[in-house]
Design a protein around this ligand. Sequence first.
Ligand SMILES: NC(=[NH2+])NCCC[C@H](N)C(=O)O
Ligand SMILES: [Mn+2]
Ligand SMILES: [Mn+2]
Length: 299
Amino acid sequence: MSKQISIIGAPMDLGQSRRGVDMGPSAIRYAGLVSRLEAIGYEVEDCGDIEISRPEKENHDHSSLKNLKAVTETNERLYQAVAEVINKKRFPLVLGGDHSIAIGTLAGAAKPYQNLGVIWYDAHGDLNTAETSPSGNIHGMPLAVSLGLGHPSLTSIGGYQPKVKPENIVIIGARSLDKGERDLIRKENIRVYTMHEIDRLGMTAVMEEAIHYLKDRTDGVHLSLDLDGLDPSDAPGVGTPVLGGISYRESHLAMEMLSEADILTSAEFVEVNPILDEKNKTAEAAVALAGSLFGEKLL
Ligand SMILES: NC(=[NH2+])NCCC[C@H](N)C(=O)O
Ligand SMILES: [Mn+2]
Ligand SMILES: [Mn+2]
């Protein structure tokens, strides 16, 4: 992993309907992200926040894709920002914002790779399209978009598609999937470790398998960590909490194992919503997990 990290804030809340997730990057910074990474020995640059487009007032045309234009424009800018960081041979660490920002992150992060692996750490699959989405919220669609499925203005960001292949994806922590998402997972044979497998096999075995699987077939790996992958008792500050999630300790173990495997080439932490949080607990969890992910050791 590159010893130089560049942090990019993407304070967007337009991919869903609960206000406050645009303050996620601030909350994560406030919880001490930069000093935490510097203490491990990284050279850290904070690039600040990308500009977020204003939502269109009339949204009737795209009720199945809320704020499509603003989400598209914002992700174009995030794509550029991530690509620039990678050109400088630095490690991009993106802070959301709702999960729709993964569209731009992945457009930038996948570009140098033939077979980018993706670890989607999430309660949800985020594999909806306008046709299958129950909500019209684009934060439920970014993984589908990265597979090349969805509205052309989203799938064409970065000028190439798909960004990732279904066989290079591992979803961890799933416990809320819509019908269309389940169908897509079966059709494309996407590897999913649901909460059932995490309970049954334990996080150690799940991560060993996931890492082994990705190591064999990919030339880079992106971690997209939605804080709602964690149990709401450990990460209450999220817009779409689902009971029965991954514990704080299991998440640390997962991050530590990723750090040891040294396979990551980019990462993002998304869906931190300080308005719904308890004393910045969720942002603090994100920073602590980033510590483990980047190799922090107690002894
Ligand atoms: N990134 C997230 N929190 N996504 C939640 C998605 C919820 C639901 N599956 C939807 O598509 O609307
Ligand atoms: Mn989620
Ligand atoms: Mn998500």
